[in-house]
Design a protein around this ligand. Structure first.
Ligand code: PAF
Length: 289
């Protein structure tokens, strides 16, 4: 018998399920997703299960975090496949609202997080973080979980969410889950499927390059020289580089000169596909190369 997982589609049904768990004294973790689930998402479910009694996974492709020329309509959707994976991973409930449930007619309230959203991915995707902050705030208020788990691959997003929770006094612990990579180092992403075979061959160079940047920083090279060298290497390999940046890991403030504790973040295009990745300084010992 294939495992099945209960799916609710309204805030009312979600709250009814959660109220029963809370009444029984159980803690709840929320894992927000846009579906098209891969092993990276399932690792977040496993992490959530290790920290809470019950795990709710939301699946909602959030239109307001996509720009007008971005991939909202073509974003991969596979609800049946996602439900099967979540049942197997041992999640307890799926919350999959439709557009009208999340944004009822007349919806006008948006959450704008300040400085953290103004550069890096915020420059190339002007309304992206406002869309993320708005939907995540709604998901947190709809489910009122004890904790919510987000992947570190979207590192800037993770910090934006931590900031909004702090600034709006939302009582929830935000937990970051480590990036899951393919054997060749490529960070798992629902958008990797857009890559042509030729682009997929080049893709591992993104992680290799930012890992090298982090290693050079750890050896004392200055932030500007190391990030410039990274950009040069990526462009030479055929990437269109949006940014290679060395930032404070907590505030995302730009760093220059020698650094001992930092995050290297990069965003690139391979053809039309935007890829992001990041690595801590000092970098992990295993390079997956
Ligand atoms: O990281 C994502 O998948 C999305 O940005 C999120 C956090 C589910 C909000 O739509």
């Amino acid at each position: 018998m294939p495992e099945v997982i209960t799916t609710v589609r309204t805030v009312k049904d979600l709250r009814a399920r959660l109220a029963a768990w809370r009444k029984a004294g159980e803690t709840v973790a929320l894992v927000p997703t846009m579906g098209a689930l891969h092993a990276g998402h399932l690792a977040l479910v496993t992490l959530a299960k290790s920290k809470a009694d019950r795990v709710v996974v939301s699946i909602f492709v959030n239109p307001i975090q996509f720009g007008p020329r971005e991939d909202f309509t073509t974003y991969p959707r596979d609800e049946a496949g996602d439900l099967a994976k979540l049942a197997k991973a041992g999640a307890h409930l799926v919350y999959a609202p439709d557009l009208a449930e999340m944004y009822p007619k007349g919806f006008t309230t948006h959450v704008k997080v300040g400085d953290l959203t103004e550069d890096l991915c915020g420059s190339a995707r002007p309304n992206h973080f406002e869309g993320v902050a708005t939907v995540v705030t709604k998901l947190l208020l709809q489910s009122a979980p004890d904790m919510a788990v987000f992947g570190e691959k979207d590192y800037q997003q993770l910090l934006v969410i931590k900031r909004l929770v702090r600034d709006l006094d939302i009582q929830v612990e935000i937990v970051g889950g480590e990036i899951v990579r393919e054997g060749d180092g490529v960070a798992l992403s629902s958008r990797n499927g857009y890559l042509s075979p030729a682009e997929r061959k080049i893709a591992p160079l993104l992680y290799q390059t930012i890992h090298d940047v982090a290693a050079h920083l750890a050896q004392g090279e200055g932030a500007d020289a190391a990030s410039e060298a990274g950009r040069f290497k990526l462009e030479a390999a055929g990437f269109r580089v949006d940014y290679v940046a060395v930032r404070d890991p907590d505030t995302l403030a730009p760093l220059s000169g020698p650094v001992s504790h930092a995050r290297v973040l990069a965003a690139v295009y391979l053809g039309k596909t935007r890829l992001i990745d990041n690595v801590p300084v000092p970098p992990p010992a295993s390079t997956n190369r």
